[in-house]
Design a protein around this ligand. Structure first.
Ligand SMILES: [Fe+2]
Ligand SMILES: [Fe+2]
Length: 200
């Protein structure tokens, strides 16, 4: 990546951080975006993808969070606007807007390019593992969702993301997270049902 592109990334980082300041402290805050950016960068290098498209797509993928739902649609619109404002290569804008638009497909259907798959994978890796569980409970708390319901959600839906990952590198690096998640949920269920009080 040359100097100009590094400047583009840091410029975008400031713009996105500012736009997402109203969702600070939530499960979908800018810290999540930073983790997705790092995971996506790792995946792009290992999968020989277009690094620039992946990095810009990752930084911008949740920019619509503060603008309203569906945040993939508001985010794709904002992406076009932001990239135009910084005079980014016009011919590359649509590819990045599509990464943002498609990152929210719940089963990852309709993903066309490797770069779209990588940002989708990176976003889902942050939902798998102990981080994913903590994010889920953080969100559930803000929505006043009962504990037991959230455990069930994590067990049924969040663990399933592992099987939906699109790239080999993602499957490889998420394996430990997936195992940790199952273990964590097993322990949690034991504690919540108080079955750990049964001492023989
Ligand atoms: Fe999102
Ligand atoms: Fe995300």
């Amino acid at each position: 990546m040359n100097g100009m592109e590094e400047n583009t990334i840091s410029e975008l980082r400031s713009v996105v951080m500012e736009k997402m300041s109203s969702v600070r402290g939530t499960a979908h805050s800018f810290e999540h975006v930073e983790r997705v950016y790092e995971i996506a960068t790792f995946l792009a290098r290992n999968e020989n993808a277009d690094l620039e498209l992946v990095q810009l797509g990752a930084i911008l993928h949740d920019v619509g969070r503060a603008a309203g739902e569906p945040h993939n649609e508001t985010g794709a619109e904002l992406t076009r606007e932001i990239l135009k404002n910084i005079n980014y290569h016009p011919e590359k804008v649509e590819g990045i807007a599509k990464i943002v638009l498609r990152h929210r497909q719940s089963l990852g259907q309709g993903l066309e390019t490797l770069e779209e798959k990588i940002v989708w994978d990176a976003d889902k890796i942050d939902l798998i593992g102990v981080t994913g569980i903590l994010r889920a409970f953080h969100w559930a708390g803000s929505m006043k969702i009962p504990f037991e319901d959230e455990v069930r959600w994590c067990r049924e839906r969040e663990t399933a993301f592992y099987g939906l990952l699109k790239t080999e590198t993602a499957k490889k690096i998420a394996r430990m997270r997936h195992e940790a998640m199952i273990h964590f949920l097993n322990v949690l269920e034991k504690e919540l049902s108080l079955s750990d009080l049964l001492i023989d």
